[in-house]
Structures are given as structure tokens and as C-alpha cells.
Design a protein around this ligand. Structure first.
Ligand SMILES: Cc1ncc(COP(=O)(O)O)c(C=O)c1O
Length: 394
């Protein structure tokens, strides 16, 4: 013992979590502000928090609950899936957030050695979930150079030419880190390609309510499709850890196999958190949409701050809470740029290399109220102006 070589390759060979590195960077840089972490600035609905306060002494709160989730929450979610997402043949498992939902699915749907498909720029945690579960043959497809939409022509070719056929394809809609949404027609095409090839399609809908400029989020349903959702951003419930999986009810054994994984990770999502999720859900999507509307200002403030990079360098922002920006070719070392920006200008963003796209950065505009966002954006703008003018001067 005592040797690094004794640690499991599944852990050692998995990427380091970028958010942990970024949190260290924020702590280490004097007075740095964060446009890095994917969070929102609001708390859960006050009415819901007040109701939960009453519950803490209830004995059931401190016991284990049903693995798949509180029956009343699952029922409410099935109704929500019908009403809002037009998903009529899906069963629900409540998880400790969407990230745990993804790990459950990687373990339930893939075997070590399988190949899977993601699109660049990809969501780093999904990539890591594959790596640590032994799914190391991760085929990363291109995004459209202008829109960053997943390239469906590449997918068609890859699904037909790769033997054995990739087990699973995953997309995030709207995207993290791209901030672009997947139009309904493209989502349907991706779904049809997966169905015809016999591959699973896992769609992460964490940002379903985070849509701007009158764009509309849609879901697809089928016996080859699994949808993931989260309470974290919509209801400001990041720390309460509640998400859910909507899996096809008609696929025999799906729920049973999922339960094996669930029973060995959280057993059940935190019971008090599930009650908060239920009360929050009762506030309706309007509660969330009202808050999301307020983020448009933040997005525009950050777009303006990115202007020194030139218009064509900035993408995304149609949905989710992210903008995606290309660094000038001369300064394409994104890790170096992120450290420089944090230490010299006091603002932190995410390096694109964490998402498979070096030379870019992800900027999050959800975590700060407008005035703080303005102040952070001002630092970003000054940093970019200096970069363009003088380079990475110390
Ligand atoms: C696309 C995506 N999926 C999942 C998650 C994790 O969400 P949760 O807090 O529900 O685990 C995030 C958080 O940033 C995300 O952006």
C-alpha cells in the first residue's frame, strides 16, 4: 500500500473535476469573482422552504424512503412530464441530482468497453461518468462550427460505420457548456438515427426552462430514449440534490435494473429534499420562468463584455446559462488564460479544454444578481482588452 499504483485505474484515469480545480482557483486569487460555476443566484421558493421547515420533526423525514422516490413526488412528476414535456410513456426515478441520474444510466445501460457518443463541446461530468464506469471508448462528434449544434451527418456515419455499434448517444439540451439549444427537428433526427442503429439516446434537460428569445424547449420520447431533469437550477436547489430520470415504461426490466444501482448509491434521494421539490413544483413553471427572464440582462451584459474578442468568437446564450467564446489563436492556451484572468483581473471562467475544446472558454451568467454580474463583466472586459492589446502580461 502507499503506492499510487494501488489505486483503481477507473479513478486514476478519470479526468480531474474541473469545478474542484476552479473552486481552488477562486479561493487562491485575491477577491476573485466567479463567472465559472453553473449555478443560479436564487433560492428555492419561500413558500416551499417555509413548508419544509415544518416537516423536520416528522419521523418519516429521517427514515429511508422508497428507492425510486416519494410516491407523491413521482406522481406529480409524471403529471408534469405529460403537461409540460409531452412525455406520456415515461416512468420516473428520483435521484440525488441529474449527475447521479447520469451515473445510474451509465451503469444501467453500458458495459465496460462499450463505445458511446457525445458532442463537442461536451458536459465534463458526463464524460467523467463514462470514464469511471469503464466506458473509455468515448467518440466525440463535432458541433456545427457556427451554431455548435450536434453534427447529425457525422452521427449517421459514425453509427453505421462503428462496429460494434455505439451503445449510447448523449446530448444536453439546451447545452452545457455551449448554451445552444437543439431545434426540435434536429433532436428528432438524432433520435431516429439512434433508434435505427439500436443505440440509446440520453437527453439531459437540466436547463429545460432556460430558454431565451422565444425559443422553445422540446423533448422526444421512445423506447430507446431516456430523459434527465434537475431541480438544481430551475428552483435554486443546487445543494438539496434532487433530479430525476424519465425512462421508457414499456422497456421490460429497465426500472428493475436501475433500482440495483440506486440502492447502492444514495438508496433514496434525501427525503426532506424531495418534499421541497414537491412543494416547489406546486409553484408551477411560471415561478421559474419569471426568474429566468431576469437572466437575459445578465446574458447581454456578458456578451457586451466579450466584445473585444469579436462577434464571431462568441456563441451560445440561446439557452441554459452559458456563453462560449473562442480565444484569439495567439493565446489559445485556455488554462493559462483562465489562471491569468483570475490572478490579474479577478474573474474566473471555465477553460474549454475541460469540455474537449481547448482554445475556448465557458462563461456562466446565472450565478450573480445584475449589479454583481455587471461588476464581474467589467473585469472580464478589461481582461480581454488587455489580452488583445498587450497579451498575457504579468
Ligand atoms: C447539463 C447538466 N447536467 C447535470 C448537471 C448537474 O445537476 P445536478 O445538480 O442536478 O446534479 C449540471 C450542472 O451544472 C448540468 O449543467
Amino acid at each position: 500500500m502507499g503506492s499510487y499504483g494501488q489505486l483503481a485505474r477507473r479513478a486514476v484515469e478519470t479526468d480531474m473535476p474541473i469545478m474542484v480545480q476552479i473552486q481552488q482557483l477562486v479561493r487562491g486569487a485575491k477577491n476573485a469573482v466567479s463567472l465559472a460555476q453553473g449555478v443560479v443566484h436564487w433560492q428555492p421558493p419561500k413558500e416551499a422552504l417555509d413548508k419544509v421547515k415544518e416537516l423536520v420533526w416528522e419521523p418519516s423525514i429521517s427514515r429511508y424512503g422508497a428507492d425510486e422516490g416519494l410516491p407523491e413526488l413521482r406522481e406529480a412528476l409524471v403529471q408534469k412530464l405529460h403537461r409540460e414535456n409531452k412525455l406520456y410513456k415515461s416512468s420516473v426515478m428520483v435521484t440525488a441530482g441529474a449527475n447521479q441520474a447520469f451515473v445510474n444510466l451509465a451503469l444501467t445501460l453500458c458495459d465496460a468497453g462499450d463505445s458511446v457518443v457525445m458532442f463537442a463541446p461536451y458536459y465534463f461530468n458526463a464524460y467523467m461518468s463514462f470514464q469511471m464506469t469503464g466506458v473509455t471508448n468515448i467518440l466525440v462528434g463535432p458541433g456545427h462550427p457556427k451554431t455548435l449544434h450536434p453534427d447529425a451527418d457525422w452521427l449517421e456515419k459514425t453509427l453505421s460505420e462503428t462496429k460494434p455499434t455505439p451503445k449510447l448517444v448523449t446530448v444536453v439540451n439546451p447545452g452545457n457548456p455551449s448554451g445552444t439549444y437543439i431545434p426540435d427537428s434536429l433532436l428528432k433526427r438524432i433520435s431516429n438515427l439512434c433508434r435505427d442503429a439500436g443505440s440509446w439516446l440520453v437527453v439531459d434537460n437540466t436547463y429545460e426552462y432556460f430558454m431565451y428569445d422565444d425559443l422553445k424547449h422540446t423533448c422526444v420520447e421512445g423506447n430507446h430514449i431516456v430523459n434527465i431533469f434537475s431541480f438544481s437550477k430551475a428552483y435554486g436547489m443546487m445543494g438539496w440534490r434532487v433530479g430525476y430520470i424519465a425512462y421508457p415504461s414499456e422497456v421490460e426490466g429497465f426500472g428493475t435494473q436501475l433500482l440495483k444501482v440506486q440502492d447502492n448509491i444514495p438508496i433514496c434521494a434525501s427525503i426532506i429534499s424531495q418534499h421541497l421539490a414537491l412543494y416547489s413544483l406546486e409553484m408551477g413553471p411560471e415561478w421559474v420562468i419569471e426568474r429566468v427572464k431576469g437572466l437575459v440582462k445578465n446574458r447581454d451584459i456578458v456578451i457586451e463584455a466579450l466584445s473585444p474578442l469579436g462577434d464571431s468568437a462568441v456563441k451560445g446564450g440561446e439557452g441554459a446559462i452559458y456563453l462560449w467564446a473562442k480565444l484569439p489563436d495567439k493565446y489559445a492556451d485556455d488554462d493559462k488564460f483562465v489562471h491569468w484572468l483570475a490572478h490579474r483581473h479577478g474573474v474566473v471562467v471555465i477553460p474549454g479544454s475541460a469540455c474537449g475544446c481547448p482554445g475556448n472558454v465557458r462563461i456562466s451568467f446565472g450565478g450573480l444578481v445584475e449589479d454583481d454580474c455587471k461588476a464581474a463583466a467589467e473585469r472580464l472586459r478589461r481582461g480581454l482588452e488587455e489580452l488583445i492589446r498587450d497579451g498575457l502580461v504579468e
